[in-house]
Design a protein around this ligand. Sequence first.
Ligand code: SIN
Length: 563
Amino acid sequence: MQSSPPGLPQRLRAPEPGWTTRADAVVIGSGIAGLTAALRIRAEDPALSVLVVTKDVLSAGSTQWAQGGIAAALGPGDTPEQHLHDTLVAGAGACDVEAVRALVTEGPAAVHELIALGTRFDHHEGELSLTREGGHLRDRIAHAGGDATGAEIQRALIAAVERDPAIEVIQHALAVDLLLAADGGVAGVTLHVLGEGQRDGVGAVHCRAVVLASGGLGQVFSQSTNPSVSTGDGMALAMRAGATLRDLEFVQFHPTVMYLGPDSQGQQPLISEAVRGEGAFLVDALPEEGGTRFMQGEHQLADLAPRDVVAKAITRRMIETGEPHMWLDARHLGAAFWERRFPTILAVCREHGVDPTTELIPVAPAQHYASGGVATDLHGRSDVPGLYATGEVACSGVHGANRLASNSLLEGLVFSRRIAAVLPGELRPWAEPVPDGRPAGLTAWDRRRALQEVMTSRVGVLRTADGMQEALDRLAALGGAGDEAPGVDGWETTNLLSLSTALAAAALLREETRGSHWREDFPDRDDLRWAGHVDSRLVAGELRQDFVAAPSTDPSALTVENR
Ligand code: SIN
């Protein structure tokens, strides 16, 4: 157990609400996880009122940006068992086998349901077109619009939500904090809404359940593939309400993010793994400078090794060569193939002055995905009564220490369906929120850049105890002295600071290298000491972190019965 580093901004406290409303269930977030949850809750019990709140417009979250696709055992010769195997291998012993089993066995039907809802996946000769990405031993990634899978799924889900008048939507609404009943369970949620007529400023929604589907925390780092809305609001809000956050240290860095120069900040262009799946490969210098294919010899799957392996190999080569990036060679795919298969990536590369049909693409790892999050059970329940979580905000156990490519859209889809299957039958009675006596502890929004820089340089791809301790000291100095009447920027920065502190402390605690958590000072995986999870929670205002041992879930460590 490790207790609170100093200066953690533990509390937000919204001013008295200026307006109130109510709904049986509030869904926070509007990507694949949120919209699926809303639609499925209504399908399970049409008498329930559902309110979807989203921080920007409905389509602004990470789903919209997903390129590669959605993984499921849909092809001839593939099976959920093989998908289970590949997911467990990528997860480096830290998955929950039952959660992975639910994911892979329910995945194919869930994808077919998306198709029935109107999602237009790519086909070839009448069959669903399936590709491969890092860590998959079969072609099992369904895609749409070539490389615009997320946008197509988002379009179909928004259309379905708009067809149901009983799903209310409030856009431009940041979820600030949960309102809790006397028993510690959910009684509502406070929102900070920008410009929605009568519902402007801080308001309260009374409800009987909250489903968090608010995405990840990419903005903790200076460079991320995540959109600007990914400020970890759902995780921070859940932690303040007493929920357990699990495995925050497992942050995935995508190996091939277009390198735009040392000063480029915020969301960076992703070059999908599917480009390597179609034959592109990494080299450490331009051909005329003698560049070599350094992934050969690193791993039996070479350029299609699991994501953490490729990100580490790239980082190592960058350190060895002193270069700020490596190169991706996809010229041989040819212009016609590029235009048909990767139109979005082609346009983005050209926008940034690189023609990938004739030139190599500069790439470097950047933050991509939070494998940890709000700890949930097999039906998305957190340990706060009435609070559920699904998608990137959650830690359902399917990703372990390193998410397998294209399992994220699937997780949101499958676990939102699982939440909807139980939520109507276990709705809490309406409850009065207890008065919020917590002290406010806000952070000034202009400290965001400083926290991103320290997290990137000290808690990024490569970690050491000294670096992380320095990060914690510098984060502690950024706390407090916030604005008494904050805007959305202030709430978000406070959330980012809380999560940065908990993440850095969890990463410092785990003294081993596993999956996406890479300790230079502890370079080996250590199952004797570290098979299990790092849980973070606030107890009486202090950050408490506990290591919870759990058996390793490598396929080789499982018996036939529990595989
Ligand atoms: C990619 O297209 O490379 C990203 C897919 C994912 O993160 O699962």
